[in-house]
Every structure is written in structure tokens, then in C-alpha cells.
Ligand binder design. Structure first.
Ligand code: ADP
Length: 402
């Protein structure tokens, strides 16, 4: 069964066509600069590659371009559109309304629109994407999978902020958490690799990429996560602050004469690795500069690693133990140095890795890197959000008896 996974943003649509019988990614690509000059990138499993500017005035036009490429011409991987069994859509924010994946209906679309004030930069693009896809593929089921859903099991003590409760009631101000599809994938894959039921495992999953989040998962359920009301909270990221004293925000707004909107852009785009180092938002540049002895890069690494260690330590305490630690995403999968540094600091909790093996685990390799005798098992697991979305899509359809 072939599932098309769609990740629509305000001016882009990323897609993957996955054969769920083999888990092969038959084709994937990206329509970007929608509404501008339109850039289409498309790659097939057997290495055929297309990259060209093509007019895509809106999301509907972009979807047509994708379907055309999938079904005809030199880059086709399908005989016809009928081979697409279903479409799975990634949605960033489901608020408190959506605790699991759902079959798309007009009501569900309205529901996603209702939580849009919580994700004004993300949800409108997703909704436009769903509407365009439904129009082009009206006869197959569409399913929405939410980044926030996995975190909806957090207990009240973990999601409430100490602001007047009426603001939670009135404005839905609380911790939501993001990257939920990734953390859920990691938790399920971890259970397979450990040969245990997920209900028996206390795990901490570290999704460390451009955006990073760390999640405490007890018995397969999220009990806490580092991102918050928005994906700005938690550990310092490529260009995002992570959690800082809220007074810094008002202080800097006064000092630098920034409006709320300017401050928001500043905290999202100018801080994190980039702000602290003045070098780059990319961890590779920071790593290279640190190796060459650059003080700015070294201080950035110190801060980032320290924050990661503190979150992990806090979550061990919150769960009253730890069985497994997982590293994933761009940095987690590719930076053995960071993994080794963080794990050394966690020796007290029973984390110990085989550092020689750790050094060889890069470029999407999946491996256990636990040292013999360690109480906690440590893994590197490449995340696979698209596969998880496709899997959820099939599960939702099966449950609905479609
Ligand atoms: P996003 O959050 O945008 O999906 P990624 O998960 O791709 O981001 O992570 C981007 C980060 O991962 C960057 O800091 C980058 O330096 C790092 N990264 C990606 N690939 C590699 C690699 N091969 N070696 C080292 N670092 C990498």
C-alpha cells in the first residue's frame, strides 16, 4: 500500500511516497517558493533527480506538479494516481483538541483552523495543503497527524505554567511540546531494539537537530518534554534561545527598542548557537571551530551540552529512573563528540557508552552504543517522522473501517 506523506508549510510542500509493504521511499521532494518563482525538487528511490523552477502560484498548483511527477514522464514511480492508497498530512499544532491522528473531515479542518492562533506560522499552510490535496485526490482517505499529539499525555503538573489559571482557560497558555511524531517513533523503535514492551521502559529521547527537544517517556507515554507553548523553549537550538529568564525578554525589548513581533523574530532567528557563537547556526561549523580552538565555539558547546545534561538529569528525577537514552536527528545522529560529552556527565545515573563504537555511528546508522555493564542502555536511532505519519495513516483508516 502506497501512502503519500505531505508536510505543507506557508510557502512549501515537502512530500514522500512510501510503499508501506516494503517501507521503501519510492520518491520524495519539495515544492518551495510557492507563490513566488516556484522551485520543484524531486528524487526517486533509484536515484533519478529533478530540480527546476516551475510556476506554482498556490498549493493546489504545487500538488498538481507533485502528482504529475509521480505518475508521468521521466521521474514517474506510479502507473497512475489510483495506486496512492491514502494521504497522511503532518500538522504542527493540534492544541488540546487533537490527542491522536484523525481522518480528515470538514469538521476536523475547522478544528485545526480553531487552534491556528497557537501556531499562526504553521497551521494555515497545513490547512491550505490539506484542502489542495483533497481537491486533487477526492476519492482517497486523508489523515492528519499532529506534532503535539504524543505530548498530550503529560500530567497537569508538567504542562501548566505558573501564570494565572484563567490564562490557561482563556488563551490555552500551557506547555504543548513538539516533535511528537519523532519522539513516538523513537520510543516504539527503542522498544523493538530492546526486545521489550514499551510499557516496561523509562526512556529519554533527545531529538537534536536545528530545532531540538528532549522528552521523558514512561511506559510509552510522554510525561514531560522540553519544548513548551511554542518550539522556542527548552535547550538552545540553531537559532532559538531555548528557555531563558522571561525578564530577559522585557529587558532587551526596552534596551533595544524592539516590538513584540521583532522580539519574537529575534528569539527565533538570531539566538541559540548562532547568537552565542557569532559563527553559525550549524553545529558542524561550531564543531569545526571548536576543534580549531575558537573560544566562541567552545563556550557555545559548553552551554548546549550543559543544558542537555540538566534536562536529562531532571527527567531521570521526574520519572524516578531511567532504562534507556536515545539520540536522534541531525546532531544526535551525526555528532559522536556531543553524545560522548553528554554521556560522560551522566555516569552517576548509570549511563556509560562504548566510545570507540560511538565514534563510528554517523550518517543515519542505527546502533546501541552502551558500554558493557552499564545500567542504562544508550542508542542512536535515526528518526523517521514520515514513516510514522504513513503508519498512523493506515492505522486510522483501518480503525475507521474504510
Ligand atoms: P531540522 O531540525 O531542520 O530537521 P536536522 O535534524 O537536519 O534539522 O539537523 C540539523 C543539524 O544537524 C545541524 O546543526 C547540522 O550541523 C547537523 N547535522 C546534519 N547532518 C550532519 C552531519 N552529517 N554531520 C554533522 N552534523 C550534521
Amino acid at each position: 500500500m502506497k501512502v503519500l506523506v505531505i508536510n505543507a508549510g506557508s510557502s512549501s510542500i515537502k512530500y514522500q511516497l512510501i510503499d508501506m509493504d516494503t517501507t521503501d521511499v519510492l520518491a520524495k521532494g519539495n515544492c518551495s517558493r510557492i507563490g513566488l518563482d516556484g522551485l520543484f525538487e524531486h528524487k526517486t528511490q533509484d536515484g533519478r533527480k529533478l530540480e527546476k523552477n516551475i510556476a506554482m502560484p498556490d498549493h493546489g498548483a504545487a500538488i498538481k506538479v507533485v502528482l504529475e511527477a509521480l505518475t508521468s514522464g521521466d521521474y514517474a514511480v506510479l502507473q497512475s494516481m489510483d495506486e496512492i492508497y491514502a494521504v497522511g498530512h503532518r500538522i504542527v499544532h493540534g492544541g488540546e483538541k487533537f490527542k491522536e491522528a484523525m481522518l480528515v473531515t470538514d469538521d476536523v479542518i475547522r478544528g485545526i483552523e480553531e487552534v491556528t492562533p497557537l501556531a499562526p506560522l504553521h497551521n494555515p499552510g497545513s490547512v491550505t495543503g490539506i484542502k489542495a490535496c483533497r481537491k486533487e485526490m477526492p476519492n482517497i482517505p486523508h489523515v492528519v497527524v499532529f506534532d503535539t499529539a504524543f505530548h498530550q499525555t503529560m500530567p497537569r503538573k508538567a504542562y501548566l505554567y505558573a501564570v494565572p489559571y484563567e490564562f490557561y482557560e482563556k488563551y490555552a497558555v500551557r506547555r504543548y511540546g513538539f516533535h511528537g511524531t519523532s519522539h513516538r517513533y523513537l520510543s516504539e523503535r527503542l522498544a523493538e531494539l530492546m526486545g521489550k514492551d514499551k510499557s516496561e521502559i523509562k526512556a529519554i529521547t533527545c531529538h537534536l537537530g536545528n530545532g531540538s527537544s528532549i522528552t521523558a517517556i514512561d511506559g510509552g507515554k510522554c510525561v514531560d518534554t522540553s519544548m513548551g507553548f511554542t518550539p522556542l523553549a527548552g535547550i538552545p537550538m540553531g537559532t532559538r534561545t531555548g528557555t531563558i529568564d522571561p525578564s530577559v525578554v522585557t529587558y532587551l525589548m526596552e534596551k533595544e527598542n524592539m516590538t513584540a513581533a521583532e522580539m519574537s523574530v529575534f528569539m527565533n532567528k538570531k539566538c541559540g548557537f548562532l547568537g552565542l557563537s557569532g559563527i553559525s547556526s550549524d553545529s558542524r561549523d561550531i564543531e569545526d571551530a571548536a576543534q580549531a580552538g575558537d573560544e566562541r565555539a567552545i563556550r557555545t558547546q559548553e552551554v548546549v551540552r550543559y543544558e542537555i545534561v540538566k534536562y536529562i538529569g531532571g527527567y531521570v528525577a521526574a520519572m524516578g529512573g531511567l532504562d534507556a537514552l536515545v539520540f536522534s536527528a541531525g546532531i544526535g545522529e551525526n555528532n559522536p563528540n556531543l553524545r560522548a560529552n553528554v554521556c560522560r556527565q551522566l555516569a552517576y545515573f548509570g549511563v556509560k557508552i562504548d566510545e570507540a563504537k560511538n565514534d563510528t555511528i554517523i550518517h543515519g546508522k542505527e546502533a546501541e552504543i552502551t558500554a558493557p555493564g552499564a545500567r542504562v542502555r544508550t542508542f542512536v536511532i535515526p528518526t523517521n517522522e514520515e514513516y510514522m505519519i504513513a503508519k498512523d495513516t493506515l492505522a486510522v483508516i483501518a480503525k475507521a473501517g474504510k
